[in-house]
Design a protein. Structure first.
Length: 573
């Protein structure tokens, strides 16, 4: 039986020798060696497969003249060592000989590309899809391209371009730092138009770009500062221009601006100088600190200092010598410190007259300063400029003898923000006064109400006229009938409010003879006064001569009789 099986196998193996192919369990081998499973399908329990020669590490390490691609299975690594051709044999498993060493063959799930050096035979593309590709390392130059073209220093978290030993987070040294090589070097920042920069959203802080055109977009929004091509960085809100050597050596004072965050100038041993010739040439918040470069003065709390140091407000000097009720005391060089006031110093300002040697300011804060007096002009400035009459509770301005609560001898200016041309001072119900326009329906006629003169009045008419127009009897009068103008009938009455003629003079029960007489008096060159009675025909504007037997005029003496004056009787002279 064995002889028959061996012969059958020989015949089966050599059946296709003419074609250079060997088949096992198949009469039609499809390759150099074609081993077909005895039972390719089903649940037969008999083992099938190719059993590779099994050796221990010592045996594999001892082989000589091994043909590359020879395959073995190392089933024991207790013998031999991971050196020489067995340098990669560190575990049981399949190995193949690559010409120098045995190379481990791993299952797909554990196979690593980086167990040995290799060479790409063609271009490769890794399609990540939604997956990440991460390299974890702790060495300098842990990952590199061409040694130093691109180098990752995983030990110090640095990247080098053109160097394998980056000294900072990103190091890019020039390939040729000297010489006359024409190959460009540098960093080419992303170039965009203003519209593209203006359209960006969710921009990381400190992003840098180069705007190469401002023909599109507008100088608004986050592009408010993009007014010319150049480098810009994002400060969190807007793109900020990075000045170059043509921008007046980085002058930051060509335009007003707004600080977007706190800034610190580290001067080290350098000076920072501002040169100016103006008042308030340099200031903080207008008047918090003001430098008057024109007059060499410093103002604190004022933009118009009047002395070398002018502090409009209280002063705090805390040098370690301060203490309650101490006074600032200078030494021979003018250096001041706080010291106790000598016990024998009289601090009363008012025991003697004195002269101020400089302007003084009293910072009262929440304290009061009271002067108590009972005299007129008890407190004054320059005698009459301001006077306090403590005896009568009066204030005088430009007078030392005020006659009212506030007596101003001169014009008054009240500028509270409500002032304007032709406004009048108007009080509210509490007496608080402000300037207001006179109501348009307010009649300013002096004669809408009766009144009383409080003092003599004089009207300086100069070359102007003052006319009263009326149509009533007694239209204008003095004391009722002392002088009366009958505008209705064009008559004047003296002593009567209803004159009966052009001029009607009446003395009614006068006891003094002079009160019932009419005098024509003349003195000097005016002596011998004359009473003229003249008549003419026509009008006053165009008079004509009288004719024969026409009356010139008369003076009539008329007694009262029969309960009437006989005005119609012939006149008697």
């Amino acid at each position: 039986m064995k002889k028959k099986l061996g012969l059958a196998c020989i015949l089966l193996v050599t059946a296709n020798v003419a074609y250079g192919q060997v088949g096992i369990n198949t009469p039609n081998p499809q390759s150099t060696l074609d081993i077909t499973a005895k039972n390719a399908k089903g649940n037969t329990k008999a083992p099938e497969g190719l059993l590779i020669p099994r050796v221990d590490r010592q045996r594999a390490q001892s082989m000589d003249g091994v043909i590359p691609s020879t395959m073995i299975y190392v089933d024991d690594i207790a013998t031999g060592s991971a050196t020489g051709s067995a340098i990669n044999i560190d575990a049981t498993g399949f190995y193949f000989y690559e010409g120098n060493t045995w190379v481990k063959m791993k299952p797909e799930s554990t196979a690593a590309l980086y167990d040995a050096d290799g060479a790409l035979k063609s271009n490769r593309t890794v399609a990540h899809g939604t997956h990440k590709l991460a390299f974890t390392a702790t060495e300098t130059n842990a990952f590199s391209v061409d040694g130093n073209t691109f180098s990752v220093d995983a030990a110090n978290n640095r990247v080098g371009i053109g160097t394998s030993t980056p000294a900072i987070n990103l190091a890019i040294p020039a390939a040729e730092m000297t010489g006359n090589a024409v190959t460009p070097e540098g960093i080419l920042i992303p170039r965009v138009t203003r519209l593209r920069a203006q359209s960006m959203q969710n921009i990381p802080l400190s992003t840098l770009l180069f705007v190469n055109s401002i023909d599109t977009g507008t100088q608004t929004g986050n592009a408010i500062h993009i007014d010319a091509p150049g480098y810009y960085y994002f400060d969190g809100n807007v793109w900020v221009k990075m000045l170059n050597q043509n921008d007046k050596e980085g002058n930051i004072y060509d335009e007003d601006g707004i600080l977007s965050s706190n800034r610190t100038i580290d001067q080290t041993n350098k000076n920072l100088a501002f040169k100016a010739t103006e008042t308030n040439a340099f200031s903080v918040d207008g008047s918090t600190l003001s430098v008057d470069a024109k007059n060499d003065r410093i103002g604190v709390g004022t933009a118009a200092p009047t002395h070398k140091l002018h502090v409009a407000g209280s002063v705090k000097i805390a040098d370690g010598t301060q203490g309650n009720n101490r006074v600032l005391t200078s030494d021979a060089n003018g250096a001041a410190t706080w010291k106790d006031l000598p016990a024998d110093i009289n601090t009363n300002l008012y025991t003697d007259n004195g002269i101020l040697t400089a302007n003084r300011t009293i910072a009262q804060t929440n304290k009061t300063l009271a002067f108590t007096g009972t005299a007129t002009n008890a407190f004054s400035v320059d005698g009459t400029t301001l006077s306090v009459d403590a005896a009568n509770d009066r204030i005088g301005v430009r007078t030392a003898a005020p006659t009212h609560k506030l007596h101003v001898a001169g014009s008054v200016k009240i500028a509270d923000g409500t002032q304007a041309n032709n406004r009048v001072l108007t009080s509210d119900a509490n007496g608080a006064a402000t300037w207001k326009d006179l109501p348009t329906d307010k009649n300013t006629n002096l004669y809408t109400d009766n009144g009383t003169l409080t003092a003599n009045r004089t009207i300086a008419q100069t070359d102007k006229t003052l006319a009263f127009t009326g149509t009533a009897t007694n239209a204008f009068s003095v004391d009722g009938n002392t002088f009366s103008v009958d505008a209705k009938n064009d008559r004047i009455g003296l002593g009567i409010a209803t004159p009966m003629g052009k001029l009607d003079m009446v003395a009614d029960n006068k006891t003094v003879s002079t009160d019932k007489e009419v005098f024509l008096r003349g003195y000097g060159t005016s002596k011998s006064p004359i009473l003229y009675i003249s008549s003419a025909n026509g009008t006053a504007a165009a008079p004509t001569n009288l004719v024969n037997n026409e009356d010139i005029g008369s003076i009539s003496f008329t007694p009262r009789a029969n309960n009437n004056f006989a005005w119609d009787q012939e006149p008697e002279l």
